[in-house]
Design a binder for this molecule. Structure first.
Ligand SMILES: [Fe+2]
Length: 323
């Protein structure tokens, strides 16, 4: 029923730090609606991909999922109701802020706000990146993917797969349970993990069209090593080359490139690890970090590699063809 991750909804006590990071470091575009209070953040031609409100309380992040039309939204509401989730219609103000035609919201088993919306408008102006980048890979693949640490793995797996209609891409149940789920050609739109830690947002992945834009973002993070939550590396499943940048609210942006896509004939796979190389999780306790390094050494000894599938919209290629 869900087409894509459409946008995220942020409440933050660190408004100015968000403006600085998303504009200057990541290269998105901020549109301030009320100075210090509300802003939309753009990543493409859409009117927004993040709606951000200042708060004096704890930071929060919620997700907006896109459905094609009003009747699919109704079907989602019915399925959610049958599964025991109460949906609430968005207010006129919330709908206006998001630039959608209609929206309903509900709360998942971990207390996270989820929205179902359709008709996200295009902006009236061209996307103007905060630094010179070749744009983000969005379109029918949606904004990117979100990975969640959950305290209710079975309930969330049921919610995304059986209620909202996402499909399993791959999974592992050792050393803890993880499932990656898709709802369009993007390899995964949602990842859920049960690690035994309290529920939290782990990261939002944004995908650059151009590899050099990942490298430049990494260069900008290097003088401040504490800002790098996971070092440069390549994922074993979606094949993203990426690193993870901590954001002002304590969760992370994965900034990546060249994820592979999945089609209707995809068969779910069990994963041998999380990464082909790199992706050292700087925040892990030493013994866990060493375990992760051993997995990388084993995969390297096996000679496991993956082809790079270039995204069709990468601007470097267009430039090369012109030369
Ligand atoms: Fe990711």
């Amino acid at each position: 029923m869900i087409n894509a991750l459409s946008y995220i909804v942020v409440q933050t006590p660190h408004m100015q730090a968000w403006v600085d990071q998303v504009t200057n470091h990541i290269g998105m575009q901020v549109e301030v609606l009320e100075a210090g209070k509300t802003m939309r953040i753009r990543a493409d031609q859409k009117i927004q991909r993040f709606v951000v409100t200042a708060t004096s309380g704890e930071p929060t992040m919620g997700m907006g999922f896109e459905v094609p039309d009003a009747s699919t939204m109704q079907a989602c509401m019915k399925a959610l109701d049958a599964a025991g989730y109460t949906t609430t219609p968005g207010t006129a103000e919330e709908i206006e802020f998001r630039g959608v035609q209609d929206m309903v919201h509900f709360v998942d088993n971990d207390g996270l706000r989820l929205e179902i919306a359709y008709g996200l408008k295009d902006a009236s102006t061209e996307f103007k990146p905060g630094r010179p980048i070749g744009g983000f890979r969005t379109g029918k693949m949606g904004l990117g993917h979100v990975a969640l640490i959950t305290e209710h793995f079975e309930a969330l797996s049921n919610l995304y797969r059986n209620v909202l209609g996402m499909n399993l891409t791959d999974y592992t149940y050792k050393p803890f349970k993880v499932e990656f789920l898709h709802c369009n050609p993007r390899h995964h739109t949602i990842g859920i993990a049960h690690t035994g830690q309290p529920a939290k947002i782990y990261h939002l992945m944004l995908e650059y069209n151009d590899f050099d834009d990942v490298g430049r973002a990494y260069d900008m993070a290097l003088p401040n090593p504490d800002s790098i939550g996971v070092t440069l590396g390549r994922h074993i499943n979606d094949h993203a080359t990426s690193f993870y940048l901590k954001n002002p609210d304590g969760w992370m942006f994965e900034l990546g490139w060249a994820t592979r896509t999945v089609g209707p004939d995809w068969e779910a796979e069990e994963l041998k690890g999380m990464s082909l190389w790199g992706h050292d999780r700087t925040w892990l306790p030493d013994h866990k970090r060493e375990e992760a390094r051993q997995i990388l050494r084993d995969l390297a000894a096996e000679g496991l590699r993956a082809p790079v599938v270039l995204p069709e919209n990468q601007t470097q290629l267009k430039q090369n063809t012109k030369d």
